[in-house]
Design a protein around this ligand. Structure first.
Ligand code: NI
Length: 167
């Protein structure tokens, strides 16, 4: 296993649309293992392949307190949504930035697991937020794009300042 480098906003690689995975093979399972290690080390509760510059439709989520409930979604599709809720979101690609995003409250999602088997899952609350946030990454969307133009400009300024200070 290996830690992967996480691409940071506003890197243009975050805007690429990920391609479906045709075969769930050992290469994909190796990527899943590396992404899991990277997500837990960060630490984070979700990671999309896009964020580690691999543009395939794969996301990992673990919203458990104990960090031992890794959920793998390959080629995830949201089948149904209902309700609406607001959550404060953050992102490993946008370090130090948290803001409120409104999304559907409940979702039903279909995907393949790490063995290539299809499954469906109903999710609400934090898990639903996290799955939607990560699927957005596969579509080239970062959560800050839900915020006002003014907030996005402030975030970009803050990130540039952080980058200067890190040099
Ligand atoms: Ni994110």
């Amino acid at each position: 296993m290996a830690l992967l480098k996480i691409v940071h906003y506003p890197d243009p690689r975050l805007y690429k649309v990920a391609q479906p995975i045709a075969t769930v093979d050992d290469n994909i399972r190796a990527l899943i293992a590396d992404m899991a290690e990277t997500m837990y080390a960060a630490p984070g509760i979700g990671l999309a392949a896009t964020q580690v510059d691999r543009h395939v439709r794969l996301i990992l989520v673990d919203t458990s307190e104990s960090k031992n409930d890794l959920k793998v979604f390959i080629n995830p599709e949201i089948l149904e949504t209902s309700g609406q809720s607001e959550h404060e979101e953050g992102c490993l690609s946008v370090p130090g930035i948290y803001d409120t995003v409104t999304r559907p409250e409940r979702i039903r999602v279909r995907a393949l697991n790490s063995l290539g088997q299809a499954f469906e899952l109903e999710a609400d609350d934090l898990l639903a937020v996290c799955i939607q946030h990560e699927i957005d990454h596969l579509n080239g969307k970062v959560f800050v794009e839900y915020l006002s133009r003014l907030k996005q400009e402030r975030i970009l300024k803050k990130i540039k300042k952080q980058a200067r200070e890190a040099m």
